[in-house]
Design a protein around this ligand. Structure first.
Ligand code: SF4
Ligand code: SF4
Length: 433
């Protein structure tokens, strides 16, 4: 696509990066075929190609974002399905992240949007605050149906609906030593949502990795990866998170580190992008790039080193739901399926496996109607596989789908840990008793 950015505009590294992305787009429109919002709404401006036009016009002409442009960008899930489909290698993720930051700086959102976005940014990246907020949400769930009827209160109602009925105890941060032949040392990203909502994911990760021969540790001073605030366009807050984590992992690298293991694929996509995010920061660029190269989803690491030997897996039908951030963001497609199969499960994928389930970070809170349509569609295609259990690799997808399915939804690593000598996933144990 031809661009008309001025040399002065291109002195801004963020603008120069976006210009390079836009120039790669050849308007072919292949990406529209796999875009969930285009599929649902049928509007070119809700397709990747249409959004690229909108972002080009806005950035190139340094326009004040209009309500219409903001609406179409807000409806984007950042699922990155378009990046998988695009034959020209357009990095839509970097472009839309820049556009979101541009909008955040220049657009005066209505008060109710500012309220919800501020609430999410101040709560979700902080496990203690998130725990407190979820506890309050449990007490006020009964307000959900009433909020649904109040204009602009849909996101608050969605928050209440997503709050679990009960919160588990916080996840353990206890380091654990390798069992058997030692392969190396890893740190596990402690994360935000999964450590509060599903601490069993971390427990299964530590258990299987130690049996696979890794010393497993947790970095002091580490926090949220920054994905959440980054995707809200709150670049400064995202950068603070990224720099804090680089500082924490630098110390771990100095002690010898073979991988930074991530169990939520949304976080994995962001940590793998730290090298790009901090590319212009002389104090951080080099280490950020090393950290991105060390980041591994837990299934990637297990696929590389092989599953520890264990008991044979129970004959369960597992439907695998591939999170977009795993499939499109990190291009991890076959490893989870192959691992589950090699552990002895009967594995299948649903139709339209490339389509987002509607969770998409905070999308199911901020765009509850579209998210619900995608969630129902995904649940239906998973149910057609008649599974005993659904496996996924991101806590957001698990939360989005569980209430829509009549079977447990667990993290892939919980099944792999169980099949190789670990404990039965909590959600399976709950229905087995
Ligand atoms: S990220 Fe997903 S929703 Fe957004 S334009 Fe690309 S395919 Fe469509
Ligand atoms: S598939 Fe790629 S090149 Fe074609 S319109 Fe979409 S983003 Fe542009």
């Amino acid at each position: 696509m031809q661009t008309r950015f001025t040399p002065q505009q291109l002195n801004d590294p963020a603008m120069a990066a976006s210009e390079a992305v836009i120039r790669k787009c050849v308007h072919c429109g292949f990406c529209t075929a796999t875009c969930p919002t285009y599929l649902m709404l049928g509007d070119e401006l809700d397709s990747p190609r249409g959004r690229i036009y909108l972002m080009k016009e806005m950035l190139e002409n340094e326009q004040q974002p209009t309500a219409e442009v903001v609406r179409h960008i807000d409806r984007c899930l950042s699922c990155l399905s378009c990046m998988t489909t695009c034959p020209s290698g357009v990095n839509y993720m970097h472009l839309v992240d820049h556009a979101r930051a541009y909008i955040e700086e220049r657009y005066d959102r209505p008060w109710h949007e500012r309220l919800v976005r501020g609430l999410l940014a101040r709560t979700l990246p902080h496990p203690r605050r998130m725990r407190a907020a979820l506890t309050m949400a449990r007490w006020t769930r009964w307000l959900g149906p009433a909020l649904d009827r109040i204009p602009h209160a849909g996101p608050l109602a969605a928050m209440l609906r997503l709050a679990p009925a009960r919160l588990p105890a916080p996840a353990s941060k206890k380091a654990a030593g390798a069992q058997g032949k030692r392969r190396g040392r890893v740190v596990v990203l402690q994360g935000c949502a999964d450590s509060v909502l599903r601490p069993e994911i971390r427990a299964a990760t530590v258990a299987i990795l130690t049996r696979a021969g890794f010393d497993v540790d947790f970095a002091q001073g580490e926090g949220c990866c920054g994905a959440l605030t980054w995707h809200l366009g709150r670049t400064d807050e995202g950068l603070v998170s990224a720099r804090r984590n680089v500082d924490a992992w630098r110390k771990e690298m100095a002690r010898g580190l073979d991988a930074i293991v991530v169990t939520a694929s949304g976080c994995g996509t962001t940590v793998k992008d730290y090298g790009f995010i901090l590319r212009d920061d002389p104090g951080y660029a080099e280490d950020a790039a090393r950290i991105s190269a060390l980041a591994r989803d837990v299934v990637e690491l297990l696929a590389d080193c092989g599953l520890p030997r264990g008991r044979s897996a129970p004959a369960l039908r597992v439907a695998y739901q591939s999170p977009c951030s795993m499939r499109h963001g990190q291009k991890i497609t076959t490893a989870p399926l192959a691992l589950l199969e090699s552990a002895g499960f009967q594995v299948s994928e649903p139709a339209e496996a490339h389509l987002c389930c509607g969770s998409a970070g905070t999308y199911n809170i901020m765009q509850p109607e579209l998210a619900a349509r995608l969630g129902d569609r995904k649940a239906e295609s998973l149910a057609q596989r008649n599974p005993d259990v659904v496996a996924t690799g991101n806590v957001g997808c698990a939360t989005q789908l569980e209430s829509r399915l009549g079977v447990p939804v667990v993290h892939t690593v919980e099944l792999l840990d169980w099949a190789t000598g670990g404990t039965m996933p909590l959600r399976l144990a709950a229905i087995a008793t």
